[in-house]
Design a protein around this ligand. Structure first.
Ligand SMILES: Cc1cc2ncn([C@H]3O[C@H](COP(=O)(O)O)[C@@H](O)[C@H]3O)c2cc1C
Ligand SMILES: O=C(O)c1cccnc1
Length: 342
C-alpha cells in the first residue's frame, strides 16, 4: 500500500513520531547466515553490515536490492537571484529536459545499475521565496512538496535513492545545515557548482543572514527545514519519511540530499537509521554534516554533482552486498572446511 501523504505539518509530525523500529529478528537471521557463508568472518567488510542493514529495514532475513528507484526532485530557488550560483536558474528546467531525453549523468548511471529513474519537477516556474528574511516555503507549499516525495515510494521497491536538481540549492542546503546545527555560515558554505570570489562571498553572506534570522524565529527542526530549504529538499524529506513507513531503505546522495533529511536525525535519534549516506561529496561541508548525523559514507570519489549520482553509484555496491549474501554457498553446502579448531 502506498503511504498516504500528510495534510498538514501536524500530520507530518505524527508520522515521524510513529516511525517503525528496525526488525531485530530479520537482522539477527541475516547475521547468522553471514556467519556460515564460505568466507572468513568479516572478509566482505562493509558489504556484510550492509546486508544486515537491508534485512533490518526491509524486515526480511533474505534482503534484496534488485528493484531500485532513483528519485530526482527539481525545484527553483528565490535565493538564486542573489547571485549565489555561477549558473542561471534556467538551467534547472533545461536539465529536467535533459533528464527526459536521457542525456544527463544520472541517466547513464541509472542505466548502468539497471535502476528506474523518476524525475519530479516541482513548480519550476514558481521559485521558493528568497529565504534571507522570510520562509522559503509556506506551510502549504512545504506539505505539498513533501507529498510529492511520498508518491515515489510505491509497493515492491527494495531501495530508494534520493537526489535533486535546483540551481542555488547548495545555498539552501548550507542555510538548512546552519539553521539546524548552528555555527558559522562559512563552515557550511562551499563552492557548489564552482562559486568563487564575489559569488562565494554573496553565498556566505546570504546563508549567514538567513540562519541568523530564522534561528531567532524558531528552534523546531521541521520548521527550519521549511524556512531554509526549498521544494526539492522538502520532497526528499517527504520521500525519506514515507520510505521509513513503507520499510524501504534509503540511499542519500550528496550535501543537498543529506541537508534535506537532516531534521529527522534531530527530531529522533533513530530518525535516519533506515538511510545510508551513499557517498561523501567534494562539497567540504558534507563531511561535517555526515559527522554531525553520525552517517559514515559508503564512497568518497570526489564527486560533486548532485542528481542522485553518488547515491546511484553506491546503490550498485548495495546490490553487490545483497547478492553475495543471498547467492553464496555455506561451508556445509559447498563442503568447504571451516577454521581449524586449533
Ligand atoms: C549543468 C548542471 C547540471 C547539474 N546537475 C546537478 N547540478 C547541481 O548543481 C546545483 C547546485 O549548485 P549551485 O548551488 O552552485 O547552483 C544543483 O542543481 C545540483 O543538483 C548541476 C548543475 C549544473 C550547472
Ligand atoms: O553534494 C551535493 O549534493 C552537490 C554538490 C555540488 C553541486 N550540487 C550538489
Amino acid at each position: 500500500m502506498p503511504i498516504k501523504p500528510p495534510v498538514d505539518l501536524a500530520a507530518l509530525r505524527a508520522l515521524i513520531a510513529s516511525f517503525p523500529a528496525g526488525d531485530d529478528a530479520a537482522a539477527e537471521a541475516a547475521r547468522a547466515r553471514d556467519a556460515v557463508l564460505t568466507k572468513p568472518p568479516g572478509a566482505l567488510g562493509r558489504l556484510e553490515s550492509l546486508a544486515v542493514w537491508l534485512a533490518r529495514w526491509q524486515g526480511r532475513a533474505r534482503p534484496a536490492a534488485e528493484s531500485i528507484r532513483i528519485a530526482v526532485f527539481a525545484g527553483n530557488h528565490g535565493i538564486a537571484a542573489a547571485g549565489v550560483s555561477p549558473y542561471p536558474a534556467s538551467v534547472t528546467a533545461q536539465m529536467v529536459a535533459n533528464f527526459a531525453a536521457g542525456g544527463a549523468a544520472i541517466n547513464a548511471l541509472s542505466r548502468a545499475i539497471g535502476a528506474e529513474l523518476t524525475v519530479v519537477p516541482l513548480d519550476l516556474e514558481r521559485p521558493s521565496a528568497d529565504f534571507r528574511r522570510q520562509p522559503a516555503l509556506s506551510e502549504a507549499e512545504f506539505i505539498a512538496a513533501a507529498a510529492e516525495g511520498f508518491k515515489v515510494v510505491t509497493p515492491g521497491l527494495d531501495l530508494l535513492c534520493l537526489g535533486e536538481m535546483g540551481i542555488g540549492n547548495t545555498s539552501a542546503a548550507a542555510a538548512t545545515a546552519a539553521g539546524l546545527f548552528g555555527g558559522a555560515a562559512i563552515d557550511w558554505v562551499g563552492p557548489g557548482t564552482g562559486a568563487a570570489g564575489p559569488v562565494l562571498a554573496a553565498k556566505i553572506a546570504a546563508v549567514a543572514e538567513a540562519a541568523r534570522f530564522h534561528r531567532a524565529e524558531t528552534a523546531d527542526p521541521l520548521d527550519l527545514a521549511r524556512r531554509l530549504g526549498g521544494r526539492e529538499l522538502a520532497a526528499m524529506l517527504g520521500a525519506c519519511i514515507a520510505a521509513r513507513l513503507a520499510r524501504v531503505p534509503v540511499v542519500l546522495d550528496g550535501y543537498v540530499a543529506t541537508a534535506a533529511v537532516a531534521a529527522l536525525g534531530l527530531i529522533r535519534p533513530d530518525g535516519l537509521a533506515h538511510a545510508v549516506a551513499g557517498h561523501c561529496s567534494a562539497e567540504p561541508a558534507h563531511r561535517r554534516l555526515l559527522d554531525a548525523l553520525d552517517l559514515p559514507p559508503l564512497l568518497d570519489l570526489g564527486m560533486r554533482l548532485g542528481e542522485a549520482s553518488g547515491a546511484a553509484v553506491a546503490a550498485g555496491i548495495i546490490r553487490a552486498a545483497a547478492r553475495t549474501h543471498n547467492e553464496m554457498a555455506s561451508f556445509g553446502e559447498a563442503g568447504v572446511d571451516g577454521k581449524d579448531p586449533g
